[in-house]
Write a protein that binds this ligand. Structure first.
Ligand code: NAI
Ligand code: MG
Length: 341
């Protein structure tokens, strides 16, 4: 039995995590959850939204599944998500975005993977006031962090037989910081020669780079042309949500935060306060995260079983949450998946 830390989160967290628990039970998943609390209520009670016991639990179990956690805007405590990624050195954020059969969206046949650097860039949280006059946030990019994220992306492409790896940056303006990221990418991918867009290029993995604003436009016009994208933290955050929009929205897309020693799986979306407590949230994103977690644990059969059941329910389209144009509740969707299991 694998022991896994389970952080329920806040907002829609308890509802969608509840769905995972029911479905894991029904599927007979070989996983025992150690439930931990983090977030705004813990902050109000204990003064820290991320108590040491939560980090210790993940360090002990090595693997966690995490519900979304609210971060106050402009004031208050630092993001629990960002802190976890830094404290556990979860340097790679992997976000596969794939079209679901039967789910209406503007595009079909999307199969993208975002590899987001997860520990530095403007998200390092190094900022200060200069009196009342100005504020300064430091964009920190280091060579070791670039090295390991590019290595991770190349290794991922090789293992999963991905065909194209694109580095997304703004090195034309941030010549030093994004320049370093791009330099490392070019050094490490120099072996994969040739123009990635050239159809005559017969390299197994084709590598190229793209400026982030052009990337945003190209992903809206021609998303099918792209494959795996590696980028610094901030662009990764923004482009991930854009890509979620290509396949039907935030309710569908999952992510893994991966480091040398630990892995934390979560949905790409946040705590969705606008629909919290209404039994309306789509649990698919966190379920897809839990499937990535099962694969990480080597539980391939259970992962496949749950994946098939979710895709079957979405394909049939009879039971669908409001974000996908349906009228079903979180519980009804969960029940429909359980029935197929
Ligand atoms: P959000 O992702 O929570 O919601 C954006 C929109 O998408 C909302 O309209 C919401 O109802 C909808 N949505 C999101 N997930 C959904 C689901 N599973 N089913 C149906 N609809 C869904 O982003 P927002 O509102 O900007 O952030 C809310 C809070 O979440 C903030 O405090 C933010 O800091 C936090 N957050 C936490 C993350 C995490 O824990 N990893 C990631 C992103 C945001
Ligand atoms: Mg985000």
């Amino acid at each position: 039995m694998h022991k896994v830390s389970l952080i329920t989160g806040d907002g829609i967290g308890p509802e969608i995590v509840g769905s995972v628990k029911k479905i894991f039970k029904k599927a007979g998943a070989n996983v025992e959850f150690e439930e931990m609390e983090a977030g705004i209520e813990v902050y109000e009670r204990e003064g820290d939204p991320l108590p040491k016991s939560v980090v210790d639990s993940i360090k002990k179990n090595k693997v966690a599944l995490k519900g979304p956690i609210t971060t106050p805007v402009g004031k208050g405590f630092k993001s629990v998500n960002v802190r976890l990624r830094k404290e556990l050195n979860l340097y790679a954020n992997l976000r596969p975005v794939k079209s679901f059969e039967g789910v209406e969206s503007k595009y079909k046949n999307i199969d993208l993977v975002i590899v987001r650097e997860n520990t530095e860039d403007l998200y390092a949280g190094i900022e200060h006031k200069i009196g009342d006059y100005a504020c300064e946030s430091i964009k920190l990019i280091t060579r070791p962090a670039c090295d390991r994220i590019v290595d991770f992306a190349v290794d991922y492409c090789n293992r999963l037989d991905r065909k194209r790896l694109t580095c997304v940056h703004k090195a034309n303006i941030m010549k030093l910081s994004d320049g370093l990221f791009l330099d490392v990418f070019k050094e490490k991918t120099a072996v994969f020669k040739g123009n990635a867009a050239d159809e005559k290029n017969e390299q197994k993995l084709k590598c190229d780079d793209l400026i982030v604003d052009a990337c945003a436009m190209n992903l809206v016009i021609n998303p099918e042309k792209y494959d795996t994208l590696v980028m610094p933290n901030l662009y990764g955050d923004i482009i991930s949500d854009l890509c979620a929009g290509l396949v039907g929205g935030l309710g569908l897309v999952a992510g893994a935060n991966i480091g040398e020693d630990y892995a934390v799986f979560e949905a790409v979306h946040g705590s969705a306060p606008d629909i919290a407590g209404k039994n309306q949230a789509n649990p698919t994103a966190i379920l897809m995260a839990s499937i990535m977690m099962l694969e990480h644990l080597g539980e391939m059969e259970t992962a496949k079983k749950i994946d098939n059941a979710i895709k079957e329910v979405l394909k049939k389209g009879e039971v669908r949450t409001p974000d996908l144009g349906g009228t079903s509740s979180t519980d009804e969707f969960t029940e429909a998946v359980c029935e197929l299991l």
